[in-house]
Design a protein around this ligand. Structure first.
Ligand code: ZN
Ligand code: ZN
Length: 324
């Protein structure tokens, strides 16, 4: 029995790829399928369904005044059609969604449709979507995940600087790079996730934290020019103090036991550089805010009077072991 299917998704979930795969399977089978899309979707040219993975197909682009049932009926009379596929349901009119149900009920052809369910404001995208949810025989979510790993069911829209767009034009195509699909919790929080934030940062927004030694640039955590993930420590004199964000030096102090090497520059220093100095046996951890008793430096510093690199390495390894 023919049915009306609604395959809905959030943005960037591979919706068009899914549609094109279904179409491909029909055509491989020698079947004739009709493919409709909206004139409002002009991202890859009007009358084209294209997926970001590089495949595309020509489609019949309909305007709001077009009758999809009429078109399908005529084309089916010319030569029999096996199925009708419709992309961008959210841009159709409620009447056109009704016409899709007529393709099923009158022509007895399966009608498979794809579209977005929600807009970025967390409401149903359009009256067409409302109508489709009411009329469809089968509703299927094309699954994709949020940056946290949970299922993404919502869409966030953000400005070039990473701030969240709350209002404005809902029916808008293109610019998918500034939409991100997230779980409901992260949608409420307006959390676009690390990858989108990194892209914002690379586009030149946000505060940079620069390791003075290796000149690697990191995005600041709190807008502080000295605090980033993996780069939140500072070399002053022969002492390195670390802060939240550093994976090796958070709330710790280190000393260069045998003088500051030339490649260690004063100022912000990243974890990779600190690790390098640790591996070379140049650094001793002298204090940590996490431990009150007894000072970690006792054993390693005693070893210093006769220190060779090997002695220092051993002392550091021992002191690291004790700290765990
Ligand atoms: Zn999430
Ligand atoms: Zn560095």
């Amino acid at each position: 029995m023919a049915k009306l299917y609604f395959n809905y998704s959030v943005m960037n979930a591979g919706k068009s790829a899914h549609l094109l795969l279904v179409r491909h399977n029909y055509i491989e089978n020698g079947d004739k399928v009709l493919l409709f899309t909206s004139v409002k979707d002009d991202r890859s040219g009007i009358g084209k369904v294209a997926s970001r993975i590089g495949i595309s197909a020509d489609a019949i682009a309909v305007s709001p005044e077009d009758d999809i049932f009429d078109i399908a009926q005529k084309l089916n009379a010319e030569s029999p059609v096996t199925a009708v596929l419709v992309d961008e349901v959210q841009f159709m009119t409620p009447e056109q969604v009704y016409q899709m149900s007529e393709i099923v009920d009158t022509l007895e052809l399966p009608c498979l449709t794809w579209g977005l369910k929600n807009n970025f404001q967390g409401q149903l995208f359009s009256p067409a979507v409302e109508n489709m949810l009411a009329l469809a025989d089968e509703i299927n979510l094309i699954k994709t995940v949020c940056h946290c790993g949970k299922r993404a069911t919502m869409i966030l829209k953000y400005n070039p600087d990473g701030s969240i767009v709350q209002g404005g034009e809902v029916v808008e195509t293109g610019g998918e790079s500034r939409y991100v699909s997230v779980c409901r919790k992260h949608w409420k929080e307006g959390n676009i996730g690390p990858r989108a934030r990194q892209a914002v940062f690379e586009a030149g927004y946000g505060t940079k934290v620069v390791c003075q030694s290796c000149e690697t640039v990191f995005p600041s955590i709190f807008g502080d020019p000295e605090q980033a993930n993996d780069c939140a420590a500072k070399l002053e004199g022969d002492k390195i103090s670390g802060f939240f964000g550093s994976t090796v030096a958070d709330a710790c102090e280190f000393h260069f036991a045998r003088g500051v090497p030339e490649e260690a520059k004063q100022g912000v220093i990243c974890d990779a550089c600190i690790r390098g100095h640790l591996q070379e046996g140049r650094l001793l951890r002298t204090s940590s805010w996490f431990d009150n008793d007894p000072p970690r430096n006792a054993a390693p510093l005693a070893a210093l009077s006769v220190a060779t690199n090997d002695d220092i390495r051993e002392a550091i390894a021992k002191s690291m072991e004790e700290q765990e």
